[in-house]
Ligand binder design. Structure first.
Ligand code: FPP
Length: 246
């Protein structure tokens, strides 16, 4: 029985989030510069998106560029932005062919204008697809997102369109970039790092965390299946006891 066949369809996570890490180290291992690692990371993005859509995942969020990544050497930032523009442009037709809707979260206005425009175009061109939603986290950090949400809520209180007593989990969730998207049940991070690194801090509250030593450019469909199988073998208790779950 293949790994894919072992996956139980009724126990699939609806939303998987991925921290794609290790492109730089992969490139170094191959005696190449960091950009080569990112270019090869695109192959893993393609494989993962395809596998997720094929098995019926409804939302896949990929951490493609963090707020902190702006501090990388200028040539790496420029190359990553070019790669994003190129990839989004090249893949829009495939996204449409496979029924995948593209969305993005983060401080999108801070992206270079060609990247921002390409992204908005692809989002508009794929907006009617419903098989799976691919969410790219770009210039994203969870603390930035939470600060924004708090500012918006404070503004509504100042305008008297919201009262402090009405602030609850739903009110906060609806002011995050991910409003309307269910929280991820599974978060995968590659490259052996065991951190969340300012990614979806609110949304990952009850997520199962899966870490693999594989570097992102080596991540393939089978690795996604393994992560899902691991998830399916876990008991999600949400603070309850095992006995209460039976
Ligand atoms: C982390 O590896 C990877 C990134 C910061 C960029 C991820 C981007 C891609 C995979 C390419 C484009 C993506 C899309 C969605 C089109 P790292 O550079 O931090 O690796 P290191 O920790 O080994 O240095």
């Amino acid at each position: 029985m293949s790994l894919k066949e072992k996956i139980i369809p009724s126990k699939l996570p609806e939303h998987i989030a991925v921290i794609m890490d290790g492109n730089g180290r992969w490139a170094k291992q191959h005696g190449e510069d960091r950009i080569f690692g990112h270019e090869n990371g695109v192959k893993s993005v393609r494989d993962t998106v395809e596998a997720a859509a094929e098995i019926g995942i409804k939302y896949l969020t990929l951490y493609a560029f963090s707020t902190e990544n702006w501090n990388r050497p200028q040539e790496e930032v420029v190359a990553l932005m070019q790669l994003l523009v190129y990839t989004i442009n090249a893949e829009t037709a495939t996204l449409n062919k496979n029924g995948i809707r593209l969305q993005a979260i983060g401080d999108l206005k801070s992206l270079p204008s060609d990247c921002y425009n390409e992204l908005q175009e692809a989002i508009a061109n794929t907006k009617d697809n419903s098989r799976m939603t691919l969410v790219l986290a770009l210039s994203y950090s969870a603390r930035w997102e939470i600060i924004n949400a708090v500012k918006e809520i404070a503004q509504k209180i100042e305008n008297k369109t919201l009262s402090a007593a009405d602030i609850n989990e739903d009110a906060i969730s609806s002011h995050l970039c991910t409003a309307g998207i269910p929280d991820p049940e599974l978060m995968i991070r590659t490259s052996g790092e065991h951190r969340i690194s300012n990614f979806l801090l609110w949304q990952l509250a009850y997520s199962e965390l899966y870490f693999t030593d594989k570097l992102w450019p080596d991540f393939r469909k089978e690795d996604l299946y393994e992560a899902i199988l691991d998830y399916q073998n876990r008991e999600r208790r949400f603070g309850k006891t095992s006995e209460q779950l039976v």
